[in-house]
Each structure stands twice: as C-alpha cells, then as structure tokens.
Write a protein that binds this ligand. Structure first.
Ligand SMILES: Nc1ncnc2c1ncn2[C@@H]1O[C@H](COP(=O)(O)OP(=O)(O)OP(=O)(O)O)[C@@H](O)[C@H]1O
Ligand SMILES: *[C@@H]1O[C@H](CO)[C@@H](O)[C@H](O)[C@H]1NC(C)=O
Ligand SMILES: *[C@@H]1O[C@H](CO)[C@@H](O)[C@H](O)[C@H]1NC(C)=O
Ligand SMILES: *[C@@H]1O[C@H](CO)[C@@H](O)[C@H](O)[C@H]1NC(C)=O
Ligand SMILES: *[C@@H]1O[C@H](CO)[C@@H](O)[C@H](O)[C@H]1NC(C)=O
Length: 501
C-alpha cells in the first residue's frame, strides 16, 4: 500500500516532469502564456463581479464534463439498441441520468479522483511513479502530453498528462482566466479516458497499467479534484504514416486488419456501439507492429435519435450517406458506419491497394469499394479481411505460379553466403539489400526470375508476423559458408533466353 508520503513525492515528481519538459521544449509558448496572464491580472482588478461570473461559467463547464463521464461508470450494461430494449426504451443520455446517483460505480469514481487505491485491472498507482525517469516526449496534442518514462525497476511506460501548453488549456485560460480551474477542466478528459480504457479492453486498445491522481502541493483540494492526473500506459510508437507508406504491403495490411478488428469490437462493446469522433492516424500507436488506439477521449457511445431517415445523414467532405431511422427511433448502425468510412478514408485508401499481391487485388478492390460506399457492415468487412489473411498465409493466392520454376535453382541446405553483391529492391525489409517476404521457395524463385539482377537467394528461417519467410535476394556472392538453419538457392543458368518454365 502506498503511504501518503509516497503520493506526495510522486506529485512533486509529476510537477517536475511537466515543468522540465515544458521549459525545455516550449519556451516560446510559455512566454505567450505569461503575457496572457499579465493581461488577465489587469482585467481582474477591473471587477470582482466579472471574476465571479467567470467562476460560475467554469463551474458549469466542470459539471458538464462530469456528467459526460458518469454514464460510462454504470455497471456493464450495454447501450445496444437492437437486443437490449426490454428494460429501457429511452435513448442513452436521458436513461442514464435517471439512474446515475443510485447505481454508478462510485468506487471507480473515487479511485480516479482520489487515486489512492487500486483496482484489479489497473495495477499501478502513484507509488510506482516514485523515482521514475522521464526520457523524452512521445507526443502531444490539443489536450494531452505523453512522456516516455522508465519506472524505478527499469520498466518502460508512457505517462499521459494534461498538456499545459495545449490548445485546450490555452482556450480555457482565455475564457476563464483560472489556471487551477482550467487544469481541473482539462483533467476531465484524462479521467474519461481512464474510464474508457478500463471499459474497452481489447488487444487493439492501448493497455492501461495504472494511474495516479496526486494532489499538487499536498493541500486537500475539495474531494481531491483538481489535482494532477497521470495515466500510466503501455509504451508504443506513434503511428508514422509516411513511414508506413514506404513499408511492405504485409505491414500495411496488418495495420488495416488491426483497425478492422478494433472497429468490430467497438461496434458491440460493453458500452454499446462506440464511435471514434476524432478518427485520425495520430490517435493510434503501434506496439511490436500491432496497432493500438491510444486517444479515447473522443469516443462516444451515444446513439443518434431520429424521426425520419433524413435525420440520419453522415456527412464527410466528399461524400454524404443517409442511414435508416429504425423503429426504435435511432439511426441504425450510425456509429459503426461512421467508423468504417473513416477507416476507409484515413487508412485503407493510403495503405491497402498499393502493391497488394497480384492474387489478392480483386479482394482488396472489393473491400475498397464496399467500405468506400458503406455497403458492408463491420462483420462483413472483418470477414473479408480475415479471408485475405488466410489466403495470404496459406499461399493459396499463388496457385498459378508454375511449380517447375524452382527447378531453375540449385539448393544448398545448411549454407549461407559471404562476399555478397547486393542490389536494392522496393519495398525491402532491409535498407542494404533486397529482402522480401515469400510463402515458399517457389515464390522466391518467381521473384528472383523477375529481377534482372538476381542470381541467388537465401532463406534463413526468419519469419514475418504472418509466418511468411524472409528471403534475401542478391546478384552474386564469393563463397558459401556453413549456416545451420539457412538455405541458399542459386540460379542454374544465367542466360536470359532460357525459359523460366
Ligand atoms: N502509449 C503511448 N505510447 C507512445 N506514444 C503515445 C502513447 N499515447 C499517446 N502517444 C502519442 O502522444 C500523442 C498525444 O496523445 P493523445 O492523442 O492522447 O493526446 P490529445 O491531446 O488527445 O491529442 P489530439 O489533439 O490529437 O486529440 C499521440 O498522438 C501519440 O502520438
Ligand atoms: C491595465 O489597465 C489600465 C487601465 O485600465 C491600462 O491603461 C493598461 O494598459 C492595462 N494594462 C494591460 C497590460 O492591459
Ligand atoms: C453533403 O450535405 C451537405 C449538407 O446537406 C451539403 O452542403 C454538401 O454539399 C453535401 N456534400 C456532398 C459531397 O454531397
Ligand atoms: C465502387 O464501384 C462502383 C462500380 O464500379 C463505382 O462506380 C464506384 O465509384 C466505386 N466506389 C468506390 C468508393 O470505389
Ligand atoms: C456481428 O457478429 C457478432 C458476433 O461476432 C454478432 O453477435 C452480431 O449479431 C453480428 N451482427 C450482424 C449485423 O450480423
């Protein structure tokens, strides 16, 4: 159990982390921030009345944020519009409000605002932050700052904090001129995220390791609220679209498949059908190549109520869709469809078609069309992706490769090469030479035949995430060297006019 001393120490450390990072990285914003404050201090002299009215407006905002979180704390009871209508016909918000005081998970709420105890799924508390080391900033956005941290035992984690220099904080200060109150207001987004991370656990959602709500300075602010909040997360790498665009199709397909698995889960989550309102690549990170959603504060399980189909339009910059208004008076599948179209426009169009394996292009084209036109629901979309994965793993899409092609090569087992003359190909797994994934030696032979520079290739037993083999292609080598697990294939003839078949 963490003692109060440890919590205070963690609070001081948190404050220090925030300060040292901001001072070094954001000096210019700090100066603007200062200018705004001095302007403000002049304004308050003008009248206490104005200050009081600002405080009232801020309190209203704080209350609104709180109300947004409370429904999420209700015991697992889904909002699912189709199969859960027996006990409540009202739409989400109103129904929840009436049950808030009696049934909300007050333990969780206390836990988040006071932060001393731990729940079973959320192991780490303030005590685990004692003696942590901040390594670097992983990212920042409108609301949050994410810092790469090593905990005392050397364990790497990501720490999410309020971004004191973010747009959210800046806007709030401009409106309300109250740094403490604004920190509390912005903290609600972190609190909401903690609740959502606990409720929406999935392999493609970032893992919540714990959180710390430390009272800055150790004063008992009312109810422990307004203290600093830090969310302790599994560490990932921010998704780099530019880098992904240059990666092999297999890796790009993986990101899209992971995204579809996530959306399938979100469409029937414990909270109901969840829409990601701010759907951008920057809301995701990868952990060992696996895609994970990290920004959940804009997730919503609200259903849109309607009277006619016209109330159910989904508007995007280049496309509008109209969905059916169901007999229950909600737009059927609106959240699910919104997610699918966003996946199409932010991910699939960039990552999926380009360089898809020839045997799979018709299936990829079909996915592009059915998601781009919202003709398929998430179940059908997931089925289509899993089907592609199955074909790709099993090599069934390669059926039309001539089996005899491998006879053009002499195979030497237990051998590697040295003195290689490499050539580059694209998109290669290695910067130095040409390394591609293949299903079998036969596919590697087919690829080698199609590269004019290629005269031999090696399979060394390394595999990609799908289990395909990594093959290194090269122009020539000077000698063979013993290498236990590796196989070298050398072209029997170099004459280009010799038939490959
Ligand atoms: N667990 C993590 N590991 C590594 N990087 C992360 C992690 N979580 C978030 N990041 C990075 O930090 C950035 C900011 O986090 P987040 O998106 O939660 O903040 P935000 O203020 O809500 O951002 P936005 O303005 O985009 O909504 C992310 O874009 C991501 O690149
Ligand atoms: C503060 O107010 C005074 C008089 O109301 C004004 O002359 C002065 O310019 C103001 N200062 C700032 C920084 O706004
Ligand atoms: C989508 O609908 C909006 C509002 O009705 C309209 O202004 C816009 O032109 C439509 N866009 C497209 C691409 O049809
Ligand atoms: C889907 O296919 C139809 C028919 O070929 C075509 O008109 C439409 O533009 C395609 N839509 C997308 C999003 O690719
Ligand atoms: C989608 O699949 C889930 C199971 O994975 C099932 O419960 C649900 O009813 C399916 N939805 C539709 C519209 O087929």
């Amino acid at each position: 159990m963490p003692g109060p001393g440890n919590s205070l120490r963690a609070a001081a450390l948190l404050a220090f982390v925030v300060l040292s990072i901001l001072v070094s990285l954001l000096i210019s914003s700090v100066q603007q921030f200062g200018a705004r404050l001095s302007h403000f201090s002049n304004a308050t002299v003008a009248g206490d009345e104005e200050a009081a009215s600002l405080r009232r407006a801020l309190n209203y905002q704080l209350n609104e944020r709180r109300k947004e979180i409370l429904p999420l704390l209700l015991p697992a009871d889904d909002d699912d519009e189709d199969d859960d209508d027996d006990e409540h016909g009202q739409s989400g918000g109103a129904r929840h409000a009436s049950r808030l005081d009696s049934t909300l998970d007050s333990n969780l709420w206390n836990e988040i605002t006071h932060g001393s105890e731990k729940t079973h799924m959320d192991e780490m508390g303030c005590d685990s932050l004692v003696d942590m080391q901040a390594v670097e900033v992983l990212g920042s956005g409108y609301t949050k700052l994410v810092v790469k941290v090593n905990l005392a035992k050397g364990q790497p984690v990501a720490l999410k904090l309020v971004n004191e220099q973010g747009i959210d904080m800046g806007k709030c200060l401009e409106d309300f001129k109250d740094p403490e109150g604004c920190r509390e207001l912005v903290s609600y987004k972190l609190k909401k995220e903690i609740v959502l991370l606990q409720r929406l656990q999935h392999p493609n959602v970032i893992k919540l390791k714990g959180h710390c709500a430390a009272d800055a300075g150790g004063h008992g602010t009312k109810g422990g609220e307004g203290g600093r909040i830090a969310v302790i997360l599994e560490q990932g790498n921010p998704l780099q679209m530019i880098q992904l665009l240059q990666s092999p199709w297999e890796d790009r397909f993986r990101v899209c498949l992971d995204l579809v698995r996530l959306l399938h889960f979100l469409s029937q989550s414990p909270l109901g059908s969840v829409a990601l309102l701010d759907f951008q690549p920057r809301q995701f990170v990868t952990v060992s190549g696996e895609l994970k959603l990290t920004d959940l504060d804009d997730a919503s399980a609200e259903e849109t109520t309607c009277r006619t189909d016209a109330d159910c339009t989904l508007q995007f910059p280049h496309r509008n869709f109209t969905l059916p208004c169901t007999a229950q008076g909600v737009c059927g599948g609106l959240n699910e469809k919104m997610n699918i179209y966003n996946a199409y426009r932010y991910f699939f169009t960039y990552l999926l078609p380009h360089q898809a394996p020839p045997g799979l292009t018709h299936l990829v084209d079909h996915i592009m069309n059915s998601t781009g036109e919202l003709k398929a629901d998430i179940n059908q979309t997931l089925d289509a992706f899993e089907h592609i994965l199955l074909l790709y793993k099993s090599g069934l899409h390669l059926d039309n490769l001539p089996p005899s092609i491998i006879r053009d090569y002499t195979m030497m087992r237990g051998m590697g090469t040295s003195g290689n003359v490499e050539y580059r190909c694209w998109p290669s797994y290695s910067q130095q030479g040409c390394v591609l994934s293949v299903h079998s030696p036969r596919e590697a032979a087919y690829i080698c035949n199609s590269h004019p520079q290629c005269n031999s290739f090696t399979l060394n037993g390394q595999k990609t995430w799908t289990g395909r083999l990594l093959a290194s292609f090269r122009s020539s080598f000077s000698h063979l060297v013993p290498d236990g697990t590796s196989e070298v294939y050398v072209k029997k003839t170099k004459a280009p006019e010799t038939s490959a078949v």
